[in-house]
Design a protein around this ligand. Structure first.
Ligand SMILES: [Zn+2]
Length: 399
């Protein structure tokens, strides 16, 4: 074969591949929703990533949000369903239809205009739409526009770093207090989380036990309203966890986990707040907690750019720091426990939370000593007490 022929063959293969990719239609598989009194979260489940446009139409007594999903067809289920009605809610209905041959349209219809925001999650690809009722006020820690703009600029430069946040925090200036807290025990049900290398300890069990102990301390010693995303061994999707916190108008959100590392010597405590990171250790943990690949963590960067404006990043970082060092202080009265530091990482479970939100990795189930500690109820109790003290210390710092 001469060179021309070879090039032609390669070109042919390339074109065939491209057309196969283009022809592959995305399927809108399902529409899930969580409605509460003043808050609704709608989740569009798609078979693979696609682009979409959205617009809002306001008339006298009708407000409609459209989502046009490109290159998308409806699943059999949705073809039959077409309309979801809501009787006793400010949301009237959700309609779905094949608007054009390759465009699926989802319409959300409301009785009145609402605050809304939407973002996408990966693996599987889904579009999450949050609609806030009139009575939902931002939580105690208000977004500091000035600082968030600064972060946004830094994102554009590629070095998202926050400095001097304490001085600026709006929550601090207003001296707002915290009334409600949501504790989120990681994993559950069919998702066991990470599993201990030596004694097969399940993360979901450890997380739930620590969460229950933390709830006990908060109920016993404070007047806070405490809610748990789960109080038994049940599976709850990540997006439902923050939806629950938003619906409760929680002022704080704390997700409890245990992790594992390839380096079996790693052990200790780390607390995460939501942000983009280039630290390989944090990327690995975020990938495993998100049940996704490390590559997709890089894809999250553009998503994070969009959400910085609505997230309580600065307060979350302060919250994380208080909880990390208070917990270590109380654990270390009885145990030797390394400081795996306060870190940032893009966790799905923290995305879309409208309040300061953190994720605590209580220890490494991949380390023998650490797994033994996490199996000890006395240790878990100590850890929960430290978390409780950390939360109090954060709340006191707001005054
Ligand atoms: Zn976890």
């Amino acid at each position: 074969m001469n060179r021309k022929k070879i090039i032609l063959i390669f070109l042919f293969i390339f074109i065939v591949n491209v057309s196969v990719i283009l022809a592959k239609e995305v399927v809108l598989k399902d529409i899930r929703y969580f409605t509460y009194k003043d808050y609704t979260r709608v989740v569009l489940d798609l078979s693979s990533p696609t682009t979409y446009t959205s617009k809002e139409l306001k008339e006298k007594s009708r407000v409609r949000f459209f989502f046009d999903l490109k290159n998308t067809i409806l699943s059999k289920k949705l073809k039959n369903e077409k309309r979801i009605e809501f009787k006793e809610s400010y949301i009237k209905e959700i309609r779905v239809g094949q608007f054009r041959k390759n465009i699926a349209r989802v319409v959300l219809e409301f009785k009145e205009a609402k605050d809304k925001r939407y973002f996408t999650l990966l693996h599987p690809f889904r579009i999450v739409i949050d609609i806030y009722g009139r009575n939902i006020k931002p939580s105690a820690a208000k977004t500091n526009e000035k600082l968030n703009n600064k972060i946004e600029t830094q994102f554009k430069k590629g070095t998202p770093e926050i400095s001097g946040e304490k001085k600026y925090s709006m929550a601090r200036q207003l001296g707002l207090t915290v009334k409600r807290i949501v504790i989120d025990p990681g994993h559950g049900g069919k998702d066991p989380g990470t599993i201990g290398k030596y004694y097969k300890t399940k993360e979901k069990v450890v997380a739930l036990d620590i969460a229950k102990r933390l709830k006990y301390y908060l109920k016993r010693y404070t007047k806070l309203e405490v809610y748990m995303t789960r109080d038994r061994d049940v599976f709850i999707p990540l997006e439902q966890r923050t939806a629950f916190a938003n619906s409760k108008r929680a002022d704080l959100f704390i997700s409890i986990h245990a992790n594992s590392a390839a380096n079996r010597r790693a052990y200790g405590l780390s607390t995460f707040w939501l942000n983009f990171t280039t630290d390989p250790h944090s990327i690995k943990i975020a990938a495993s907690e998100n049940a996704s690949s490390q590559r997709s963590i890089w894809e999250l960067k553009s998503l994070l750019k969009k959400i910085t404006l609505t997230s309580k990043l600065i307060e979350s970082k302060i919250f994380a720091t208080k909880v990390q060092y208070s917990t270590l202080y109380y654990i270390r009265k009885y145990y030797k426990y390394p400081d795996y530091r306060v870190r940032k990482a893009p966790f799905y479970v923290l995305i879309g939370a409208s309040m300061p939100a953190i994720l605590v990795e209580t220890g490494f189930l991949s380390n023998k000593t650490n797994e033994l500690l996490l199996r000890s109820s006395r240790f878990r109790n100590r850890l929960a007490f430290g978390l409780y003290k950390g939360i109090i210390s954060y709340i006191n710092s707001l005054r």
